[in-house]
Design a protein around this ligand. Sequence first.
Ligand SMILES: [Zn+2]
Length: 351
Amino acid sequence: MKLFAQKEAEAFVKTGAKEFRYNRDTRLTPGAKDIFTEADVKLVFDEGAAAPAAAPVSGGAASSGTPDDEKLWNSAEATKLKQQICDIGRRIWMREYCDGNGGNISCRLGADRYICTPTGVSKGFMTPDMLCMVDGNGKQLAGTWKRTSEFLSHAAIYKSTPEAFSVCHAHPCYAGAFAVKGMQPPPRLIPELEVFVGTVAYAPYMTPGSPEMADEIFKRAPKHQSIIMGNHGVITWGKSVEDAYFKMEITDAYCRTIIHAQSLPGGTAIPADGMSDLMKIKQSIGLPDDRYDLKPAQLAEVDPWAEVCGQHGCSSPVTPWNPQSNVEAAPAEMEALVQKLTDEIVKNLSK
Ligand SMILES: [Zn+2]
C-alpha cells in the first residue's frame, strides 16, 4: 500500500498534470484529496492498473516502464544515485550555477537506463522522489515528475562517450560570460583545468533540448569533458556524479579567474615543457584530451592573453588558436565598429 499524502499531492500538482490515476494499492490522504480538488486535478481510479501508485507525469503521459524497470528504479543502487544527484543539485544551486529551474543532472543506471532530474524544479531543492528514469531516447520509464527537456544533450554524451557515467548541465555566470561572447576560454593558464578538464570546447547556439543541440554535443564529447554551449551554459561529463560536477566547478573557476585577471596588467602562461608535463600526468590518469598528439612547441603556440584580449576588443594582436571556435578575431571589423561608435558619440555630443 502506498500512501499519497499532502506533500506528494503538492509535488504532483506542480508538474501541471490534470489527471491523477491510482489503483487499489494507493491510498490518498484527505489532505492530498483537498490539494487535488483545489488544483482541479481529476482523480481517476484505475482498478486494472498493476503497478502501485501509477501516477502520470506532467502532461498526462504515463511512465511506461516494465516490472524490471520498476525493480531497477527501486534498487539500492538507484537509491544511492538519486541521493547523490540531489546533493549535487544542492551544490550547484549554492554555487549559483543555476538560476530558477535551470540546469539538469543525469547518470547511467543500467543498459539504456538513466536517472535524470525533473523539469520545472530548482535544482537546489530536489528530493529523490522527484527524479525520473528514462531510456536513451528520453522516454520516461519511472518517476511521476516530468523529465528535463534537455535530456537529449545528456543522451548525446552517453551515446558518443562510453566512459561518461554522469552528465551535469548548468548556467554558471563566469563560463556563461564566455558563452554569450561566443568564446572558448584559452588554455595554458592553470594546471587544474589542463589536467582535470582539458580544452573547454565551444558548441554554437542551438535551441536548448533540440536534436540539433544534441548533435553538436555528440561531436565534441569524446574529447572534451566540458563544453560551453553558445548563449546558453555549460555541459560537463565525468566518471561519477560528483566528478561531472567537478568539471563544472573547475570550468567556471577558470573562467572567473580569467575575467578577474583582465583588470590587471600583463599576464604569463604555462611554458611549453610545463604543458608537456601536464599532458603526461593527464594521460597517466587516463583522462581524454584532444592534444596528446601535439609537440611541446605546439602546446605553447597560443598566447592566451592575446587570445582573450583580441576577442575582447582591445588592440593586442590575435592568433586564432582553435579551429573549432566559431569566433575568429577580425581586427578590421573591430576597427570599423569602433570608428562607427566614435562617430555616433561625437554626433550625439554635438547635438
Ligand atoms: Zn540549460
